[in-house]
Design a protein around this ligand. Structure first.
Ligand SMILES: [Cu+2]
Length: 139
């Protein structure tokens, strides 16, 4: 139990640090965020943006294996679950990361809603490699 407590404390510090780096703007929405990938999980697993406002995202892959950061709606993810595209990079909402690699992209969603970000490399989504980009209505 003591070990679990220490792990939870470490996760809490990481989440606080991530929130601080992201710099919440109005209504908890950000215009920039940093997402760390560690042990095939995204931290933070939730980021908030505003509809129509560009969000600059830096994804840091600290793992020694390839990962992806693909963000979009349900239909987008269904296509990628069955897709055969090995490398992404031509579209701002599709990022492939080599081991230890960091990349920055800028995405804009015009419609409010929840857009998942998922790694669709085999087994990664099932392992829990998913998060949500919440897009709030523009005020
Ligand atoms: Cu992955």
């Amino acid at each position: 139990m003591r070990t679990i407590g220490l792990i939870l404390a470490a996760v809490g510090v990481a989440v606080l640090a991530a929130v601080w780096v992201a710099g919440p703007a109005r209504g908890g929405a950000s215009t920039s965020a940093e997402i760390s990938i560690h042990f095939s999980h995204y931290t933070p697993s939730e980021i908030v943006a505003t509809a129509g406002v560009p969000l600059r995202v830096t994804i840091v892959n600290t793992d020694p294996i390839d990962h992806e950061w693909l963000v979009g709606d349900a239909a987008f993810h269904q296509r990628h679950r069955t897709g055969t595209e090995q490398q992404h990079g031509a579209r701002p909402n599709e990022v492939s990361l080599a081991p230890g690699e960091s990349k920055t992209t800028t995405v804009v969603f015009d419609r409010p809603g929840d857009y998942l970000y998922i790694c669709h490399l085999p087994g990664h989504e099932a392992y829990g490699m998913a998060g949500v980009l919440k897009v709030l209505p523009a005020s």
